[in-house]
Design a protein around this ligand. Structure first.
Ligand SMILES: NC(=O)C1=CN([C@@H]2O[C@H](COP(=O)(O)OP(=O)(O)OC[C@H]3O[C@@H](n4cnc5c(N)ncnc54)[C@H](O)[C@@H]3O)[C@@H](O)[C@H]2O)C=CC1
Ligand SMILES: O=C(CO)COP(=O)(O)O
Length: 341
C-alpha cells in the first residue's frame, strides 16, 4: 500500500541548503496540502522568512512558497512532523540532537542533508542521528547528489539520491521531495551515498588549490578522477557499493562541486591556492565548507581501514600547514608508480 504524503514536514537549519530543501518540499507537497516548518537559529532569519518570504543572507533572489513557516522554537517546528530533514553544520549536530530527541514525533523519519564526517568519532551524520536519537535504520535516511543550493533555489533542474535501507521509506521520501526541478532516485546504499558526499568536499579543496595555482584542466581532471578512485576505495572498505560511486552521489556530486564557483569547498581551496592562510579563508567565507574539518576525520577513518587516500592525505597536510600549496601538484605526481585500478 502506498503511504500518503506527509502532512507536516520539518527542516532543521535555515542556511542555504536547509532553506532550499524546505522550498523543494513545499513545492512538492503543495498539491497535497503539506505544511513545511523550518527551524532557524536566529530570530531575524525566521521573521524575515515569515514576513517577506525571503532568506536574504543565504538565498538573496529566492521567493519562498507560502506553505513554509519559520520559527526559532524547535518544539513548534517538530510538533507532528512525520518527516524531519536536518541541515546544520556537521560538527554542530550531535550536541543538538539530545534537545530534539524528546520532541520527535513517535514515527518520524529523519533525513540527513549534511555532507560531513564528525571529528573525533569519524562518524557519518546518519550514524550520529541513529545513535543519539536511538532510531532503527529504517527511520534514518540521507539525501545527497549534485545539489548546489543556489542553482536549485533558482529552479534549475537537478537529480539527487534518497538513500535508506528500507526501499518503501526511500520511495516515500523521494515522492515527498519530487518537484518540477528536483528529481530524486532511491538507493539502499546509505554508506556509499554518504561517503560520496563527504569525500567530494575534500577533493574539491584539492581541485580548488590546483585552480588557485593556475593549473589547467588536465590537472583538475586527473585529481577528480583519482579522487573518485580513493573515495570508492573508502566506500567499499566501509561496506558501500562501488556502483554508487559512479552515480549521482559519487561522480555526479564530485563533478558539480569540483567545477562550480558556487561550491564553498572549491572556493576555499582556490583561496588557499592563491596563498591565503586557512584562518584568512575561513574568515572570508561566512558559510560552511565541510571539507575543511572533515578531511582529517576522513584520513583517520581511511587509516583505521588501511585505505590509501593520497589526495586526502595531502589536503590534510596543506590544511595543517605542513605542506605548502606550491608543492601539492608535485607531491601528488611523485608517488610510486602503480596500476590504475
Ligand atoms: N549549500 C549547499 O549547496 C549544500 C549543502 N549541503 C550540506 O548541508 C549542510 C548545511 O550546509 P548549508 O546549509 O549550506 O550551510 P550554511 O552555512 O549555508 O548554513 C548553516 C546553517 O546552520 C546554522 N548553524 C551554524 N552553526 C550552527 C550551530 N553551531 N548550531 C546550529 N546551527 C548552526 C546557521 O545559522 C545556518 O542556518 C552541510 O553539511 C553541507 O555540506 C548539502 C548539499 C548542498
Ligand atoms: O554539496 C554541495 C553540492 O552538491 C555543495 O557544495 P559546497 O558545500 O562545497 O558548497
Amino acid at each position: 500500500m502506498t503511504r500518503r504524503p506527509p502532512n507536516i514536514v520539518a527542516v532543521l537549519g535555515a542556511g542555504s541548503w536547509g532553506t532550499t530543501f524546505a522550498k523543494i518540499l513545499a513545492d512538492a507537497g503543495a498539491p497535497y496540502g503539506t505544511q513545511v516548518r523550518l527551524w532557524a537559529r536566529r530570530e531575524d532569519v525566521a521573521e524575515e522568512i515569515n514576513t517577506t518570504r525571503r532568506n536574504s543572507r543565504y538565498l538573496a533572489d529566492t521567493v519562498l512558497p507560502e506553505n513554509i513557516t519559520c520559527s526559532t522554537d524547535v518544539a513548534e517546528v517538530l510538533d507532528g512532523a512525520e518527516l524531519v530533514a536536518v541541515a546544520v553544520p556537521a560538527q554542530s549536530l550531535r550536541p543538538q540532537l539530545q534537545a530534539w530527541k524528546q520532541l520527535l514525533h513517535e514515527d518520524a523519519v529523519v533525513v540527513s542533508l549534511m555532507k560531513g564526517l564528525e571529528v573525533g568519532s569519524d562518524a557519518r551524520m546518519s550514524q550520529v542521528i541513529a545513535a543519539e536519537l536511538e532510531l532503527p535504520a529504517h527511520r534514518v535516511a540521507v539525501v545527497s547528489g549534485p545539489n548546489l543550493a543556489l542553482e536549485i533555489a533558482r529552479q534549475e533542474p537537478t537529480a539527487s539520491v534518497v538513500a535508506c535501507p528500507d526501499e518503501q521509506v526511500a520511495a516515500w521520501i523521494a515522492a515527498a521531495c519530487t518537484a518540477r526541478y528536483f528529481r530524486p532516485y532511491t538507493n539502499p546504499d546509505v554508506v556509499g551515498v554518504e561517503i560520496g558526499g563527504i569525500v567530494k568536499n575534500v577533493i574539491a579543496l584539492a581541485v580548488g588549490i590546483c585552480e588557485g595555482k593556475q593549473m589547467g584542466d588536465n590537472t583538475k581532471a586527473s585529481v577528480i578522477t583519482r579522487g573518485l578512485a580513493e573515495t570508492t576505495r573508502l566506500a567499499v572498505a566501509l561496506g558501500g557499493e562501488a556502483e554508487t560511486m559512479a552515480g549521482l552521489a559519487g561522480m555526479g556530486d564530485l563533478i558539480a562541486t569540483c567545477s562550480s564557483p558556487l561550491s564553498r569547498n572549491h572556493t576555499a581551496g582556490r583561496l588557499l591556492g592563491h596563498g591565503l592562510t586557512l584562518d584568512e579563508v575561513t574568515g572570508k567565507m561566512n558559510q560552511t565548507a565541510e571539507g575543511i574539518k572533515s578531511a582529517q576525520a576522513v584520513l583517520d577513518l581511511a587509516g583505521q581501514l588501511g585505505v590509501d587516500m593520497p589526495i586526502t592525505e595531502n589536503v590534510v597536510a596543506v590544511l595543517q600547514g605542513t605542506v605548502s600549496v606550491h608543492d601539492l601538484g608535485a607531491r601528488l605526481l611523485s608517488r610510486e608508480l602503480k596500476s590504475e585500478g
